[in-house]
Write a protein that binds this ligand. Structure first.
Ligand SMILES: [Ca+2]
Length: 509
């Protein structure tokens, strides 16, 4: 015979079991739903080139001191061969948002107004129930569209006490402090105050390391007494190449004092002036990167404190690369390696193997499709890139791309870089300086030129092999691949009669 208290105990236990039997699946289901919809923190730096990030093991690996970005790489996957498809600010940003080339998204050159109503990663994620926000540098002229919240710098913005365009406010709002710190705080404030029942997609977009490469204490003197390495081709004379490199005003001695108000030598040769500016420029750039790196550390610490570090995908990248004195250049634009290559680090615990490195050919058109697929959503067919999710999981699809198509449209406008397009494979790069404005600028056409580089034997791209008779079969093959990519991305020369005319003489020559 069971007494009443025992019966009560058993019934109570049964009730609990029954309750557990009902609630456990719901709890597990919710957990699964949460896990299948990770948060995304997308950190976009400006011009932060791979040579300035220690874990990329470039010339400045020992001086850059990017401990926090390096730690992120050690916890995730670092991509070694990611390339910009049009290496300049606004166009790359439009590509990152839309997963399309410039000729598709309409932002070919700087200061063109971005039509934010076209399909973007943030809109797809927002429609899927994500909370979306962007803070920091925007540089797409139009106001952000399809974000629940935004605070963005007007144009380039400034480092000290920056002004922001704030959602819902007509007047610009000034924020006291250093731009990099302010943007971090906006990002963490938003995440802290979000609806915790919904995943978030936050784009944290720093001005660092754009010119004028300012930094604040304690980093503004960090490299003062440190000897800096010098790229072997700092004094490049551009002899084997066409006129594009000779024509450009991207040379260090030509940085105007408005951009970089540092000292100049009196009565110096171009090379002396170049070296003198280089010594100041390289320190300023890397110190600016240290403030940025410290802020990446702050973001990661915040995610840990908020218990978000396991279910938040953290992406670190920049809108393109930057010359750090290679070929004597600063800035970007050219299809040469230092400007075309972008950093990309993805941390996603449980999915991405910590400390892994990938060297497949990836492009900025892939970013939007990747974020959408990682969020479990369908990639819109309008997007021209391919999700790198399989690469993140350690699998390379059999048909993964073997060449990247590049097109720089901003013919001669700012810094006198000739318009060009080309293909980069794992081993070679073929560049066609078609030299036509193609409706984008009012600058006059210049004579066309070709350059071919063997990236395995000449990674610094010093020897143009285009005129080597032994390379004619290789050149023909690369041109066929280039045309195939132009067909694939619907960027055919037939849209430009002046280019068709020029190609009749110069393309297959
Ligand atoms: Ca940029």
């Amino acid at each position: 015979m069971i007494d009443q208290p025992t019966l009560n105990r058993i019934t109570k236990r049964n009730r609990r079991t029954l309750l557990l039997a009902f609630t456990l699946p719901i709890v597990l289901f919710n957990l699964e739903a949460a896990q299948s919809r990770p948060n995304i923190l997308f950190i976009l730096a400006d011009d932060h080139t791979t040579q300035a990030i220690s874990c990329y093991d470039g010339l400045f690996a020992d001086q850059a001191n990017t401990v926090n970005i390096d730690r992120l790489a050690s916890q995730g996957m670092r991509f070694a061969n990611v390339f910009c498809t049009n290496s300049i600010c606004s166009p790359s940003r439009a590509t990152i948002l839309t997963g399309t080339y410039s000729h598709k998204n309409g932002v070919y050159i700087l200061h063109q107004e971005f039509d934010g109503t076209q399909t973007t990663s943030n809109q797809v994620l927002r429609d899927a129930g994500y909370q979306t926000a962007v803070f920091g540098k925007w540089h797409l002229k139009s106001e952000p569209y399809g974000f629940d919240d935004y605070k963005v710098l007007q144009k380039q913005g400034r480092y000290q006490n920056p002004e922001f365009v704030v959602k819902g406010k007509d007047e610009l709002v000034t924020y006291e402090g250093w731009s990099t710190d302010v943007i971090t705080e906006m990002t963490t404030d938003y995440i802290r105050e979000r609806d915790p029942n919904k995943p978030f997609f936050v784009m944290c977009q720093y001005k660092s390391t754009h010119d004028p490469w300012d930094s604040r204490a304690p980093f503004d003197t960090a490299l003062e007494n440190v000897e800096m390495p010098v790229p072997e081709n700092l004094y490049d004379d551009y002899q084997s190449r066409g006129l594009a490199s000779q024509r450009t005003t991207l040379k260090l001695e030509m940085i105007n004092q408005e951009t970089f108000p540092h000292t100049r030598l009196q009565n110096a040769t171009d090379h002396e002036q170049r070296r003198h500016v280089y010594e100041q420029y390289i320190r300023a750039f890397l110190e600016c990167g240290m403030v940025l790196d410290e802020n990446v550390g702050k973001l990661m610490k915040f995610l840990e404190e908020e218990n978000l570090v396991e279910n938040t995908i953290v992406v670190y990248t920049a809108d393109q690369g930057h010359f750090l004195g290679e070929h004597g250049f600063f800035s970007k634009r050219f299809m040469y390696e230092e400007a075309m290559r972008m950093p990309l680090i993805v941390r996603y615990p449980g999915v991405v193997q910590a400390g892994s490195v990938n060297d497949d050919l990836v492009a900025n058109i892939d970013f939007a499709p990747t974020l959408i697929e990682l969020a479990g959503e369908h990639v819109p067919s309008r997007m021209q890139g391919t999700s790198i999710q399989p690469l993140l999981q350690g699998r390379r699809p059999e048909n993964w791309r073997t060449g990247i198509y590049y097109h720089y449209w901003q013919h001669l406008l700012h810094r006198d870089v000739t318009a060009h397009y080309g293909i980069r494979t794992h081993t070679h790069k073929l560049i066609y300086f078609h030299g036509l404005p193609l409706g984008m600028t009012e600058y006059p056409p210049v004579d066309p030129d070709w350059e071919l580089f063997d990236l395995q034997h000449d990674p610094a791209e010093m020897e143009n092999l285009y005129h080597d008779p032994d390379k004619s079969a290789l050149i023909k093959d690369l041109k066929i691949q280039l045309i195939e990519l132009k067909r694939q991305y619907e960027c055919l020369d037939s849209a430009y009669p002046e280019l068709v005319e020029r190609n009749k003489i110069h393309f297959w020559k």
